[in-house]
Design a protein around this ligand. Structure first.
Ligand code: HEC
Length: 141
């Protein structure tokens, strides 16, 4: 019987180890896209909502302050994970604060400039860390 043959057992064991190594290697490639937490998804939804209101001109100063506060939460999550995450969340915070100041002063050029900075911060992080896996389904990468 094959199982009683010590040479067979040795090669079987080698095959199993190779298979295990292969599974572990391909496994680590598969987990590169991470499921976002419900809290992260909610945070992004809120940020998307605030940004939408700002672009429509609804209470720009007030919503920009809320956007800056949300940016702090983004920074708390991303700052420890990635350099781009840290940089873009800080740009989001400073852009939103500049937006609030410009809106309070009725400075249209300032609002436009801050809007570009905020938009660039979203794009900068999304390009690097947001992975679209299906229509309206995104993961973290
Ligand atoms: C530091 C990283 C980072 C920054 C900055 C950031 N996002 Fe996101 N965002 C993500 C990631 C990662 C996802 C995908 C995972 C998720 O939905 O939680 C996402 C998803 C989203 C979503 C839901 C999916 C979609 O695209 O419809 C919205 C809306 C959104 N972000 C809006 C914004 C806006 C607006 C800004 C800028 C004001 C912004 N985000 C800034 C990382 C970031």
């Amino acid at each position: 019987m094959a199982l009683c043959n010590p040479r067979y057992n040795l090669s079987t064991m080698r095959m199993q180890l190779l298979t295990l190594a292969f599974v572990l290697m391909s496994g680590s490639a598969l987990v590169s896209a991470e499921e976002p937490t419900a809290a992260h998804q909610q945070l992004m939804k809120d940020i998307g909502g605030l940004n939408g209101k700002i672009r429509k001109g609804e209470d720009v100063a007030g919503n920009a302050k809320l956007l800056a506060a949300a940016g702090k939460q983004v920074e708390a999550f991303w700052g420890k994970r990635s350099e781009i995450g840290l940089k873009t969340s800080q740009e989001m915070i400073s852009g939103a604060n500049e937006m609030a100041t410009a809106a309070a002063a009725n400075n249209a050029d300032g609002i436009a400039a801050a809007g570009k900075k905020v938009g660039g911060s979203c794009r900068g992080c999304h390009d690097q860390h947001r992975e679209k896996v299906a229509e309206n389904v995104y993961k973290i990468k």
